[in-house]
Ligand binder design. Structure first.
Ligand code: NAI
Length: 349
């Protein structure tokens, strides 16, 4: 039976890149039943909310979603649909793997790190108010519960994936209480994982280390805002936002999406790079236990990137979003035909 998955196309380039990813996952035989639902600024007029109850219900029921980016107005307007979704479904761990890709040449060859961002609190709690005209207060909430569970998630992931080092990123020299509590929780959790090296780096120094020698890092764990900023920075190290997938993981549901936003500057032009959403789809399939099909899609994406004939504009190519997806589908079909031919070739006695 096909696995039901909620699909949120999103805004801007969202519908273009999610459609490309959906075609690739279907062509690979992922056996998914897509339940398409809306979210974002465009649906406010219809439902009065950025996340209609039917969308939330669908994710709660299916426990899994692939999501396109959703734009958020700057300095005014509604609260981010992304933040609302993460908080409503308690998707506490934002996992953003960043690694060098075949054929995508940057200053660095061997980047292979995971940014793990606490997804439900920090400055994203959205508690802001005007104290008196000209003075605004924005509260950063850090709790022992959320810090402990994100630290545990990071160490568990490191153990599962055979990674050697977890680095907590902080600014506890200035935010002594809030980031201090975050570090205290990380330290406590680290004691349960003696085989994994644990260390701490201040967020500003981490920014420098990442652009100088990113190869040295393995798993990075941090609160919400630092994770948001450093994961975009890390994407830039391996070729840009169009290449980095992510998962928002909770106890009861998981929503996979690209790290990038709705890219209004290129929306509707058919030039967006759908790799990030495709690799988010690969993460989703692994989360569902569909490991073989996930591996095949990943290999097909790497093969097309490596060959370099089809590249989107952000990587210096001229391929459209659709042409690039077509090339990946052709690669999947070719690999399948080759493996079928190999299994059918009679072995000589
Ligand atoms: P952005 O990620 O949308 O774009 C930054 C730059 O990267 C732009 O030049 C864009 O053209 C390029 N870019 C992004 N994705 C690309 C892709 N797949 N292929 C090729 N080029 C790509 O960030 P920006 O402009 O800061 O945000 C735009 C909107 O997206 C905002 O309303 C923001 O709130 C929202 N946003 C939503 C996110 C989500 O839904 N998870 C995450 C980040 C931002």
């Amino acid at each position: 039976m096909p696995t039901p998955v909620t699909l949120i196309p999103g805004d801007g380039i969202g519908p273009e890149v999610t459609e490309a990813a959906r075609r690739v996952l279907d062509a690979a035989g992922a056996d998914l039943e897509w339940h398409v639902h809306e979210a974002g600024g465009d649906v406010i007029e219809k439902y009065g909310l950025v996340i209609p109850p039917s969308t939330l219900y669908s994710i709660e029921k299916n426990k899994i979603a692939l999501k396109g980016p959703i734009g958020t107005p700057i300095g005014k307007g509604f609260k981010s649909a992304n933040v609302q979704l993460r908080q409503a479904l308690d998707l506490y761990a934002n996992v953003r793997p960043v690694h060098s890709l075949p054929g995508v040449h940057t200053r660095f060859e061997n980047v292979n790190l995971i940014v793990i961002r606490e997804n439900t609190e920090g400055l994203y709690s959205g508690i802001e108010h005007v104290v008196v005209p000209g003075v605004v207060e924005s509260l950063k909430i850090i709790t022992e519960k959320a810090s402990t569970r994100i630290a545990r998630y990071a160490f568990e992931m490191a153990r599962r994936e055979g990674r050697k080092r977890v680095t907590a990123v902080h600014k506890a020299n200035i935010m002594k209480l809030s980031d201090g509590l975050f570090l205290e929780c990380c330290r406590k959790v680290s004691q349960g994982y003696p085989e994994i090296k644990y260390d701490e780096v201040i967020v500003d120094a981490m920014s420098m280390h990442l652009v100088q020698r990113p190869e040295q890092f393995d798993v990075l764990v941090m609160e919400n805002l630092y994770g948001d900023i450093l994961s975009d920075l890390a994407s830039g190290l391996v070729g840009g936002l169009g290449l980095t997938g992510s998962g928002n993981i909770g106890e009861h549901a998981a929503v996979f999406e690209a790290v990038h936003g709705s890219a209004p500057d290129i929306a509707g032009k058919g030039v967006a790079n759908p790799t990030a959403v495709m690799l988010s789809g690969v993460m989703m399939l692994r989360h569902l236990g569909k490991l073989d099909v996930a591996d095949r899609i990943e290999q097909a994406v790497y093969a097309v990137l490596g060959a370099g004939e089809y590249r989107t504009r952000d990587l210096g190519g001229t391929a459209s979003t659709v042409a690039y997806a077509d090339a990946i589908i052709a690669q999947l079909e070719q690999t399948q035909a080759t493996s079928q031919a190999l299994t059918q070739t009679p072995v000589e006695a």
